[in-house]
Design a protein around this ligand. Structure first.
Ligand code: NAD
Ligand code: ZN
Length: 247
């Protein structure tokens, strides 16, 4: 416990001195909002077959794919609310302390907490994209009356505007993430295992450019021993408020 208190103080010091603070979040930050991560106990892949998010399967079997997508990303996700960790990052952005927020999540909880300018590395569930005319449509539940949903303009197949297995990273988000990592002098990793590539390269870039890495995770990750300057073990919804109260 003494050790954890010391680490909290060190984190506060690093954040206080930062000139370019960047945060990088993953599924773990939304766990306390009731959204299960993909892997591990209670993870999404214990209930669903990952093939439903494979891009080839989606085009071959859009109905089966969409049944799962509707339940997961427009059911469970739609009911989730931001937790203290999302809210503190929004406060830090709005006060100018946090210069960039990169998320791998597609759940919109950072935006719902008041963080408008989020780099969505994997896209977002907030829009649907027509696979025929490429119109981007803001999500509305009425679009999912029929499965698979169709484009109101051309009847093309609609797909959530987040990336599926087998798709590339949205180019702008990729570029913005690299730039943010290169500029950061303190880089905070929150709730991500570091197993998903190429997202896991972003903290590597920050480290390579000389940033101090603060990691907040419920358990050790791919980053803990190789990358992290400071590893704070525990729940983001508890640790971020503790840090915030000491800033
Ligand atoms: P992951 O599932 O691989 O790892 C989750 C990490 O969060 C683990 O390291 C775990 O120790 C940690 N964790 C769990 N609960 C925590 C808590 N309360 N506080 C702090 N840490 C906690 O997640 P990932 O690395 O983000 O990779 C999964 C991929 O799946 C991402 O690319 C993401 O796009 C996608 N995904 C997104 C959501 C979402 O949008 N909420 C949910 C599931 C999966
Ligand atoms: Zn269309």
């Amino acid at each position: 416990m003494i050790n954890q208190n010391l680490k909290l103080k060190q984190a506060v010091e690093l954040i206080g001195k930062a000139t370019h603070l960047v945060a990088f979040t993953g599924a773990g930050i939304s766990a306390e909002s009731g959204i299960p991560p993909f892997r591990g106990e209670g993870g999404i892949w214990n209930q669903y077959d990952p093939k439903v998010l494979d891009i080839n399967f989606f085009f071959n079997e859009p109905e089966e794919s969409w049944q799962a997508i509707r339940e997961l990303f427009y059911g469970v996700f739609a009911e989730a609310l931001p937790n203290p960790a999302h809210r503190i990052l929004a406060e830090w952005t709005n006060s100018g302390l946090l210069k960039s927020l990169i998320t791998q999540n597609i759940d919109q909880l950072h935006q719902n907490a008041g963080n408008e300018d989020v780099i969505c590395f994997h896209g977002s569930a907030q829009h649907l994209l027509c696979m025929s005319c490429f119109t981007k449509i803001k999500f509305d539940a009425s679009l999912l009356k029929d499965i698979p949903p169709r484009c109101p303009s051309c009847s093309g197949l609609l797909k959530p505007d987040f990336i599926f297995f087998g798709e590339g990273i949205p180019q702008q988000a990729y570029r913005d993430s690299i730039e943010a990592a290169e500029q950061s002098d303190v880089f905070v990793i929150i709730g991500t295992s570091g197993e998903v590539s190429p997202a896991n390269q972003i903290p590597e870039i920050a480290k390579y450019k000389g940033a101090s890495i603060i990691e907040i995770n419920r358990g050790p990750s791919h980053y803990t021993h190789r990358l992290s300057t400071l590893y704070l073990e525990g729940e983001a919804g508890k640790i971020l408020p503790e840090i915030n109260s000491m800033i």
